[in-house]
Design a binder for this molecule. Structure first.
Ligand code: CA
Length: 233
């Protein structure tokens, strides 16, 4: 049982249920959404390993969702398998061009869908050259290594939660850049909890405490948000 989280966005109730049921039976964790907006919200909040995305949806269609997911650093690591009708061929091309990973044409067998899902998941999270996600950063006495999930302060390992590490790394990757609290919310969401701007403040307080004598590396920009100190300024 692999247990990866999959979000299924499909407006047809029967199909949604069949897909969810079969994925769950394969050991995946599944959350479903019946329309585009709800689906987008769910992916942003849960950050699943993979999204099964119907292209023909009421409201926000699959292509718009695909574009939104791939362009947002908070969601672009989620893999995408599109569900399409035969008549959607041009949308399939568009979706793949945007960064969707694969597609299955309706009507499809559940075995086929699961085979595609497994194949796409084997590629691991999507990495983007512009995304500083996995880069090891050295800032003064602080070393942040996201791949090893490790932070050291003056050479001593300090435990950071996954959300704290993502937030610290995001700030430290772009010293001097000011982030609003709203911009930082996607960095710390993903653990199912609802994240507000106050949660961002709480996380920053936790970061500073753990950074000890380097706490001032994270500067408060009054009335705006936070930035990582830029030594060159
Ligand atoms: Ca549909």
């Amino acid at each position: 049982m692999s247990g990866e989280l999959i979000v299924v966005i499909e407006d047809e109730p029967d199909l949604r249920e069949i897909v969810a049921y079969n994925l769950e039976r394969e050991g995946f964790r599944v959350q479903t959404a019946a329309d585009g907006r709800q689906g987008l919200e769910l992916v942003r909040r849960l950050r699943p390993e993979l999204v099964v995305l119907d292209l023909m949806l009421p409201g926000l269609d699959g292509i718009e969702i695909c574009r939104a997911l791939v362009s947002d650093p908070a969601t672009r690591t989620s893999r995408i398998v599109m569900l399409t009708a035969k008549s959607d061929e041009s949308d399939v091309v568009l979706g793949l061009g945007l960064g969707a990973d694969d597609y299955v044409t309706k009507p499809f067998g559940t075995k086929e869908l699961i085979a595609r899902v497994r194949a796409v998941l084997r590629r691991g999270p999507r990495r983007d050259a512009n995304e500083p996600g996995a880069e090891r950063l050295v800032r003064e006495g602080v070393v942040i290594d996201p791949d090893r999930h490790e932070v050291t302060v003056d050479g001593e390992p300090v435990h950071f939660t996954a959300a704290e590490l993502r937030l610290l790394h995001h700030l430290a990757a772009q010293p001097g850049r000011v982030f609003t609290r709203a911009q930082l919310i996607p960095r710390i969401s993903g653990e199912d909890a609802v994240v507000t701007e106050r949660t961002v403040d709480a996380h920053v307080r936790a970061l500073r405490k753990k950074l000890g004598r380097w706490r001032e590396l994270i500067e408060t920009v009054r009335g705006v948000g936070y930035r990582f100190r830029d030594r060159r300024r």
